[in-house]
Design a protein around this ligand. Structure first.
Ligand SMILES: O=C(CO)[C@@H](O)[C@H](O)[C@H](O)[C@H](O)COP(=O)(O)O
Ligand SMILES: [Zn+2]
Length: 184
């Protein structure tokens, strides 16, 4: 049955998280915590479903995940249609995140990019800019990792080659990171 087999794929993907990935999730949360404690901001970006993940996680930090606490500085670079259309129109779609990183990101910030292929040109360009700005970069991708694997300071490769399964694992990891950030 297709439904059961798709659910099994999802379960298998999560089951196949190895120690290296679990350790990377903890390090991701630690980096966010130290950036936030030092007055920094956590930025998120991605295309399509990954844009939705970016907005979802920024909302968890600015608003509330599970605990009552102060709002934490976080920005999704996927939301301002005036910026996205002006930069896309004037400089090209590949620059829509990089330009915002140039304008907003400071040393000590964390820049998180979601890309199931690891190869979305606008995410890659923004990571390069984030390094120039002195930020810590976290790539969230799939098994192969694409260009992101070598480019990011920390790269979390979900053990699947299927976009949907990778995205499902990304939001699970994102929620775990939010829980660890709130733990303090
Ligand atoms: O949500 C989905 C598919 O599940 C799509 O919207 C998907 O995110 C888009 O095709 C993206 O453009 C894919 O980009 P990426 O994950 O390779 O960076
Ligand atoms: Zn999707």
């Amino acid at each position: 049955m297709l439904v059961k087999s798709l659910l099994n794929d999802h379960i298998q993907t999560i089951r196949q998280f190895d120690e290296e990935l679990l350790d990377a999730i903890s390090r991701f949360a630690d980096r966010c915590r130290s950036a936030l404690n030092g007055g920094g901001t956590v930025f998120f970006m991605g295309n399509g479903g990954s844009a939705a993940d970016s907005q979802h996680l920024a909302a968890e930090l600015v608003g509330r995940f599970q605990r009552e606490r102060k709002g934490l500085p976080s920005v999704a670079l996927t939301t301002d249609t005036s910026i996205l259309t002006s930069v896309g129109n004037d400089y090209g779609f590949d620059r829509v995140f990089a330009r915002q990183v140039e304008a907003l990101v400071k040393a000590g910030d964390v820049v998180v990019g979601f890309s199931t292929s690891g190869n979305s040109a606008n995410v890659i360009a923004a990571f390069k800019m984030a390094k120039e700005q002195g930020a810590f970069t976290v790539g969230m991708t799939g098994r192969k990792g694409g260009a992101m694997r070598e480019l990011c300071d920390l790269c979390l490769c979900v053990p699947s080659d299927t976009t949907a399964r990778i995205q499902e694992a990304h939001i699970t990891i994102g929620h775990i990171v939010c829980e660890l950030i709130e733990e303090v």
